[in-house]
Write a protein that binds this ligand. Sequence first.
Ligand code: PLP
Length: 440
Amino acid sequence: MLDISLPESLDAFWMPFTANRQFKANPRLMASAKDMHYTTVDGRQVLDGTAGLWCVNAGHCRDRIVEAIHQQAATLDFSPTFQMGHPGPFALADRLAKMLPGDLDHVFFANSGSEAVDTALKIALAYHRVRGEASRTRLIGRERGYHGVGFGGVSVGGIAPNRKFFGSLLPGVDHLPHTHHLEQNAFSKGQPTWGAHLADELERIVTLHDPSTIAAVIVEPVAGSTGVLIPPVGYLEKLRAICDKYGILLIFDEVITGFGRLGKSFAVEYFGVMPDLVCVAKGITNASVPMGAVFARSYLYDAFMQGQENAIELFHGYTYSGHPLACAAAMATLDIYEEEQLFDRAAQLAPYWEEAVHSLKGLPHVIDVRNLGLVAGIELATIPGQPGVRAYNALVRCFEQGLLIRTAGDIIALSPPLILEKHHIDQMVEHLNRVLKQLD
Ligand SMILES: Cc1ncc(COP(=O)(O)O)c(C=O)c1O
């Protein structure tokens, strides 16, 4: 039996991205989870409107994944992957390469989205150097982007509180403007029609610095953590075209959009835009064991596979790159995605989802609703001088009344497990409808 008893004091655990004192005064604690629901330590059922943290795409505690982890832990708990190996990451990489479109055929494993992002940035820098273009060192991110919490990811990220405490970060980083414009795009269903021209800012940055100094551009195809920003029609295509024009690598951070969230395997497939590198994490193992990964196109990998065969080609890696438990969990997760056709399921539910979330238009405080695939953002008017308070109050009330939501500033983000049924969507909207009317 698992011991889930709480210590007398909650003080020792320094919680991530949390108002520690506020939380510890009124904790929200989960004890178990199955499929679409959590059960709290006081025995209440909470409908999971956020797939945990955008990650439990196949629903909670799936038997097949549990069994795979269990068996792997009892068979081979760990093996190094530095100058050594075990079948797990080879089998998983081979399978993932077949899932990804085009020649995104090589996989570097990490343990989180943050590590995947830093890995991709390093591969981009090293790629230019091994090809003899060592002057390409500049990285370009985007305002409001979230790429995890490593120094690389924070540097290219564009969320002020994540950056301002941590010094000067990486040098030589620029940011594109974000694509969020309520006055143009409020209550858009799916991709907004206004805003493709915002990608032209990349031309301005390139002109300022000269293409010979720029290594890569990184964006989330759909920005999640900043509060669900859907790319305008044509925007990603424009970024790709400008990168191609100047020999700049394009990195898609698909930590949230990967593994079915948009109703296709990856945003690469959904938007039909091919980046050079793709970062994933979260849904790769259904969040059961930490894992991140970077997919690289063949010419990138091939550029490193030159010179002496006994020389290490890339001086980068983690003790747990390709960890046996994570690989076993990922293989079982992919089995479920395939057998239950969960990506198609997400696509089929998306129109119902869209109608349901847009029914919240007109409720108190709601100034925007936006959606794509099985993601939605509901933006609330900010209480003057108290940013984030209204949405936080919504989170607390929703949790108390049986629904888990996520908030970013005054935006409510929804991203349920892809196994959900229409009646779960109805329940989510009912909860929100009630809670929005209760808010000050
Ligand atoms: C787009 C994106 N990149 C990177 C990350 C960081 O992932 P992790 O928290 O696993 O380090 C996240 C996390 O939400 C994310 O949404």
